[in-house]
Design a protein around this ligand. Structure first.
Ligand code: 13P
Ligand code: SF4
Length: 305
């Protein structure tokens, strides 16, 4: 079978089996082409809450599929490749946060959505990279414990100096390993390009950027800008997607280090096997986890809308 044969089979099977496919923007182009909804973590969370189908396939990483299950506990939710985790989400466990809460009473615990459902059960509100500043501003408390990404936390804290933020040392190893030498090299190679970066990059890298934003934020900025050249400081797939979307503009990756093996691990064949009922994993969460973890997702959608 070639790529378009597999895509056609996926489209046929999803109609036959009442499946909705959600795909994060970091997924491969051939996967995005057969998805019903695409976008960043926040958009997909909101889309997932409105899906009418009996079955949801989340082509992305595990915490995204768990978020779909939290929002649609009566639906069957599947992750096409069970190995697609997130190095950031796997960094922190519930016990650590429980200990921190004891040491910091009176703080609102804000969890980046890149966390496990189990960890979300002890947090107050979730945020995504596109909604974090707005939500932290609206929270009715001046004391915020922000977990697990200290880079995103530092970015948010700088936008809201009137509030006190406590950060922990965690984050995305892919974005965090970009350094100012990478920026210097990319700018020297492309002196007329604007630098657009994800806030999971370090504050020193963000300080060099012309624009800082989520996956969708970066894409919308580049699509709507009057400028024609951009260095893309987030997962390498975004540079490729933008190049297809705007063939008259030029997109360069900031560094080849920006490859997320978790996001890359799902293939079109994994997606096909999943919708065909021959692969993937159904996400199962117990009712106690769903009740407790869902509160902070609901709070994110309430404050973010
Ligand atoms: P977005 O919130 O931009 O979708 O980011 C998710 C993510 O995993 C970035 O590494
Ligand atoms: Fe997780 Fe980083 Fe990959 Fe995003 S890029 S899914 S935060 S490991």
């Amino acid at each position: 079978m070639n790529i378009s044969d597999i895509q056609n089979e996926i489209i046929r099977l999803k109609k036959e089996k009442d499946i909705c496919i959600l795909a994060h923007s970091y997924q491969a182009k051939e996967i995005l082409e057969v998805a019903d909804f695409t976008g960043d973590s926040y958009k997909l969370s909101v889309d997932a809450s409105k899906v009418g189908n009996k079955n949801i396939v989340m082509s992305g990483v595990r915490f995204m599929a768990e978020t779909c299950k939290l929002l649609s506990p009566d639906k069957r939710v599947y992750l096409p490749n069970p190995d697609a985790g997130c190095s950031m989400a796997d960094q922190m466990d519930r016990e650590l946060i429980e200990q921190m809460k004891e040491r910091l009473p009176g703080y609102t615990v804000v969890a980046y959505i890149n966390t496990t459902a189990d960890l979300k059960t002890v947090c107050d509100v979730c945020v995504t990279s596109s909604s974090a500043v707005e939500i932290c501003r609206k929270i009715d408390n001046d004391k915020i414990l922000f977990i697990p990404d200290c880079n995103l936390g530092a970015y948010v804290a700088a936008q809201i100096p009137e509030k006190e933020f406590k950060l922990v040392s965690g984050g995305c190893p892919i974005h965090a390993c970009v350094n100012t030498d990478d920026v210097k090299k990319a700018k020297a190679l492309h002196p007329d390009a604007e630098l657009l970066v994800h806030p999971e990059c370090t504050p020193r890298v963000c300080a060099e950027a012309d624009y800082i934003g989520s996956t969708s934020g970066i894409m919308n900025y580049a699509i709507n800008s009057g400028k024609t050249e951009f260095i893309i400081g987030t997962e390498i797939s975004i540079q490729e997607h933008l190049q297809y979307r705007c063939p008259d503009k030029r997109f360069y990756y900031l560094t080849q280090k920006l490859i997320c093996p978790n996001m890359k691990s799902t293939t079109l064949v994994d997606l096909y096997n999943c919708v065909a009922g021959k692969g993937g994993e159904e996400i199962l969460l117990d009712s106690d986890t769903i009740t407790k973890a869902r509160r902070c997702i609901d709070e994110m959608i309430r404050l973010g809308s």
